[in-house]
Unconditional design. Structure first.
Length: 267
């Protein structure tokens, strides 16, 4: 699933393309919205909350979408060839000079703008909220600390605690905190964890590439994430990888036994 900074950037691209313009075409290719036509509505702006995209339209209407594992929004000039098959298009929003195509996007729903909270109100503080405050940081840290026996890696992925962290940032945050993802939350400085999560997402929010090491060169972007063959970027040691989470929510989770302390599957 895309990280919060990927969704944030997608929202900014859509906002730049659509905001302040009138839709000449607003077509859906999903059963529940197949008869809905948004043509004639003005796009007031596109915002994000965690991993949720909110396209706000005239007439007190908001289009909600979620990328999940495979969704993507692309912007094209009229007549340009799409980079994905037409049968994967779920929504088309076209103005006079640009068209935004949502390929394989999920959770498509139209709601009154003043009811957006029922879609995103359950989320914790958005780590990329432009109105971020110390109070929001304190709220996220308290929510993270509320279940002291919970595995920290599992808790970091809980969007109800703080919104925006995906598996890559979870893995890298645990490395930078010096603990394995299976470490109980009680053994982690939750204030430091929240600050670290916001710092990492902010540092990558305005570009398509992501790094947690500060190095964007290929093979040097991450400390342990997906570095099974290369080893730990810090010590060079052999990494371990194990699933964390139950059932379909299980995610491959890398860690360095030398650089990170705490419990891990298999001892």
């Amino acid at each position: 699933m895309p990280e919060g900074d990927t969704v944030f950037l997608a929202g900014k691209v859509l906002d730049k393309a659509l905001a302040g313009k009138t839709l000449l075409r607003g077509e859906f290719r999903v059963p529940q919205l197949a008869t809905t036509d948004l043509a004639g509505r003005d796009v007031l702006g596109v915002g994000t909350v965690g991993k949720h995209l909110l396209t706000r339209l005239s007439g007190d209407l908001t289009l909600h979408s979620h990328l999940r594992m495979d969704g993507k929004w692309d912007v094209y000039r009229p007549g340009a060839r799409w980079r994905h098959p037409a049968h994967q298009a779920r929504v088309i929003l076209a103005t006079e000079d640009l068209q935004a195509i949502g390929f394989r996007v999920h959770d498509l729903e139209l709601v009154p703008t003043d009811e957006e909270d029922r879609l995103v109100g359950h989320l914790g503080p958005d780590l990329l909220d432009p109105q971020w405050t110390d109070k929001l940081a304190e709220r996220a840290a308290a929510a993270l600390a509320a279940d002291p026996d919970r595995e920290v890696g599992d808790a970091l992925l809980d969007q109800r605690i703080m919104a925006g962290i995906g598996n890559m940032y979870k893995v890298e945050m645990c490395f930078l905190l010096g603990v394995t993802p299976w470490t109980p939350v009680s053994e982690v400085d939750t204030t430091k964890a929240v600050a670290l999560g916001r710092k990492l997402l902010k540092s990558n929010a305005w570009r398509t590439s992501q790094t947690t090491t500060g190095d964007l060169r290929r093979g040097r972007e991450h400390w342990v994430y997906e570095r099974t063959k290369q080893g730990c970027f810090r010590c060079g040691g052999r990494l371990r990888v194990a699933p964390q989470g139950a059932g379909y929510q299980a995610r491959p989770t890398w860690f360095c036994p030398k650089c990170q302390s705490g419990p891990a599957p298999g001892g």
